[in-house]
Ligand binder design. Structure first.
Ligand SMILES: [Zn+2]
Length: 393
């Protein structure tokens, strides 16, 4: 028998069971172990779809970006200080290239810090930058805090602020003794005078309560934001004394109900994973609006529901990105040309299955999005007119 024939017979025998001492499962195992295990973080699948890729370098109509963070208040030292994330010139270059007429810097601070923010951004470029103020939470222990905070808002308006920003601090971080004690609720009565003052001063309230629904669940293999939460464990609001997403949403609703003359822009589409619920809220509270900042990852993976949502609430949805210059921690927010081009592609085209953030791996969850191809009439409202009306421009 030739060597070749002997080899061939061995192969035939191995295909059966036990001929050479290998069972079929053992052979499959031997074959598959040749492929090395792959860590989830290293997995970067490339889509094989042949679909249109539209580049939208400028928005079809001039835009107001209603939600940006050009400054932060740094509260870590002995005294709070304003941290400017960029120079106005650096930001204006991108704005001009991308057709953004106005940027609203929500985190403008309070007291003397607010004045500094206004001085740095708004005063040299009054037609390009708008500044919002924030509550002075560190004063919550003052016996007359309600009045103090309402008066602060009046002073902020005089200093140049055009609206009031509420971070998720209220409801998830602020405690009775600022950092200790029980959590202060979103509808705590101590803020009633402030909400009322915002209405009478005609200052819209940009309010962020809660966070993605998955942040309230265990960070386990069922969590759709497992990678994001693993990278930022402090973003989880699971357990401890945290309220649920539903409790936070309902507390905010009670505030809107109690202050019908005050206009509330619920940031991040209020509860972007649950558009039927957001629709109910919009139907119930005529003083409610929403922005889309940092949530095209959610809206764009339910494009048919989102398209209907934009049709129905086209007068109450605001273009916004949550843009943060040099905000490398959150790729979905890094201010720059690429960020705006993704938003424009989502709103204006019917492109399919594209990245929602300029990042190697989708940072908020491993999925891609679909454009909703809005008509001109709705685009004009969402890009500019709705925000202009709210801001009294
Ligand atoms: Zn933000």
């Amino acid at each position: 028998m030739t060597l070749q024939r002997r080899e061939w017979l061995k192969t035939i025998a191995a295909a059966g069971v036990g001929a050479l001492g290998y069972t079929l499962p053992e052979r499959i195992h031997a074959q598959t172990t040749r492929i090395q295990p792959l860590a989830l973080k290293d997995y970067q699948p490339k889509s094989m779809l042949h679909v249109p890729e539209t580049h939208v370098p400028r928005s079809r109509f001039p835009a107001i970006d209603f939600h940006t963070h050009l400054t932060w208040i740094d509260r870590k030292g002995k005294t709070d200080v304003v941290h400017h994330n960029a120079t106005p010139e650096e930001v204006l270059r991108v704005m001009d290239a991308k057709n953004v007429r106005i940027m609203v810097n929500l985190t403008g601070g309070y007291g003397a810090l607010l004045e500094e923010t206004v001085h740095h951004w708004q005063q040299p470029h009054p037609d390009r930058f708008i500044i919002f103020t924030e509550p002075w939470y560190a004063k919550i222990k003052l016996p007359n805090y309600s009045r103090f905070q309402a008066e602060q808002l009046e002073a902020a308006k005089k200093a140049g602020a055009r609206g009031l920003k509420i971070l998720k601090t209220l409801g998830l971080y602020l405690r009775e003794n600022v950092t200790t004690g029980s959590l202060v609720k979103v509808d705590d009565k101590r803020f009633d005078e402030m909400w009322e003052a915002a209405g009478s001063l005609d200052m819209p309230v940009a309010i962020h309560v809660s966070d993605p629904e998955a942040f309230f669940l265990p960070t386990d293999r069922f969590n759709e934001r497992y990678e994001e939460l693993s990278a930022h464990p402090d973003w989880s609001f699971h357990g401890k004394d945290y309220p649920s997403n539903a409790e936070l949403q309902e507390a905010r609703n009670r505030v809107m109900q109690r202050h019908p003359r005050t206009k509330f822009v619920c940031l991040h589409t209020a509860d972007s994973e649950n558009l039927p619920y957001v629709s109910e809220c919009l139907d119930r509270y005529p003083n409610m609006y929403v922005d889309i900042a940092a949530r095209i990852g959610e809206l764009g993976r339910q494009p048919r529901m989102t398209r209907k949502f934009f049709d129905k609430y086209q007068d109450r949805i605001l273009f916004a990105t949550d843009a943060t210059p040099h905000g490398d921690e959150t790729p979905q927010q890094i201010f720059g040309n690429e960020l705006y081009e993704i938003y424009y592609r989502f709103l204006e085209t019917e492109d399919e299955y594209f990245d929602y953030a300029p990042a190697r791996i989708p940072p908020q969850g491993r999925w891609r999005i679909y454009g909703i191809g809005l008509p001109d009439e709705i685009l004009k409202k969402v890009y500019f007119e709705n925000a202009a009306r709210l801001l009294g421009l």
